[in-house]
Design a protein around this ligand. Structure first.
Ligand SMILES: NC(=O)c1ccc[n+]([C@@H]2O[C@H](COP(=O)([O-])OP(=O)(O)OC[C@H]3O[C@@H](n4cnc5c(N)ncnc54)[C@H](O)[C@@H]3O)[C@@H](O)[C@H]2O)c1
Length: 307
């Protein structure tokens, strides 16, 4: 039974995850290699707790979050370690090597990787049967779905244990049966993003209108009716006839779009640099983040039938 969890890496994902797990009655130790990240994470934890209150997620049991700058203290005695460091195999492998001698042979090591196959990651750990993908969605304290992925050497029991843990704290586990790059959520998202970037790049539509089209035409509906159910709602005969000519016209580019290379080359990275597809002042960024959190909370309450 999992009770003590260590989170390694407290950037975008770690603090919200810690808050949600603690609310599920789990004892969390939170570690980062950078002292500044630990300080930022303390503030982010408070913000996430406020959002969980707004979501009406009440604490079950005596969960807690303890911050530490000592890796040994973070992982010793943990039943589960969630690795949450940057999406880079070398950095992740170094973390696995550094904890290998500090943890028990039955400690589960989960990676929040967005899409590196688990089979590649588990080559760097001495108990690969205990390694599993646990892919949260951002913001992790608000989005309830978590993908669970076994690699070639993951024991089926490890997948089951993580799936049951997620379920036991009121979240939604989805087991991905094959260790494909990007798993499922990001494969579907990246298919959508490839087409969206291509349409804007070719001048078919303005970026603002693309977002209106997708958010109100597809996104709003898809939160209620998923793609498989949508096929039934539209009719498979309609899908057959449209896909018979449209599939061949959709973007199938296998490299990074020039528009994205151009912007990243000019350090236009999005919110973090003040400009990307759109421009942001610091005040606008703050207001946007608050507004998005408020809307996600409100939508989720409605979808769960709690309003
Ligand atoms: N950001 C997202 O939307 C998102 C969503 C789902 C999954 N993920 C995945 O989660 C992981 C983390 O992503 P993120 O966006 O939180 O990254 P991030 O860059 O915001 O944070 C990473 C943190 O790891 C710390 N770190 C680096 N090396 C470390 C080490 N050796 N030991 C301990 N801490 C270390 C950094 O100081 C930093 O605070 C990645 O694998 C990413 O693909 C991200």
């Amino acid at each position: 039974m999992i009770q003590r969890i260590a989170i390694i890496g407290l950037g975008t994902m770690g603090p919200g995850m810690a808050a949600r797990l603690a609310r599920g009655g789990l004892q969390v130790t939170a570690y980062d290699v950078a002292p500044a990240a630990i300080e930022r994470a303390r503030t982010m934890l408070g913000t996430a707790e406020g959002v969980l209150d707004a979501l009406g997620i009440v604490a079950t049991g005596a969960g807690s979050v303890r911050f530490t700058d000592d890796i040994n203290e973070a992982v010793s005695g943990a039943d589960l370690i969630i690795e949450n460091v940057p999406e880079n195999i070398a950095i992740k492998a170094e973390v696995y090597r550094s904890i290998d001698g500090l943890i028990a042979s039955d400690t589960i090591v989960a990676s929040d990787t967005s899409g590196i196959p688990i089979t590649q990651l588990q080559a760097h750990i001495s108990h690969p049967e205990r390694m599993v993908g646990m892919h949260w969605s951002n913001p992790p304290h608000i989005i309830p779905m978590i993908e669970v992925i076994g690699g070639e050497r993951t024991a089926p029991q490890t997948v089951t244990t993580i799936r049951d843990l997620i379920r036991s704290i009121g979240l939604l586990p989805v087991v991905v049966k094959k260790d494909v790059p990007g798993f499922v959520e990001n494969r579907v998202l990246y298919a959508l993003l490839r087409e969206a970037v291509d349409l804007v790049e070719r001048g078919v539509i303005e970026p603002e209108d693309l977002d209106t089209c997708v958010s109100w035409g597809i996104g709003y509906k898809i939160a209620v009716v998923g793609p498989m159910a949508l096929l039934d709602m539209a009719g498979l005969d309609i899908y057959k006839s449209v896909s018979s000519f449209l599939n061949a016209d959709l973007s199938n580019r296998d490299d990074v779009a020039p528009m994205v290379l151009e912007k990243t080359g000019a350090s236009k990275l999005g919110i973090k640099s003040g400009e990307g597809m759109f421009s942001y002042t610091p005040e606008q960024t703050k207001a946007l983040q608050a507004e998005r959190a408020r809307k996600l909370v409100a939508v989720r309450r409605i979808l769960e039938g709690r309003e």
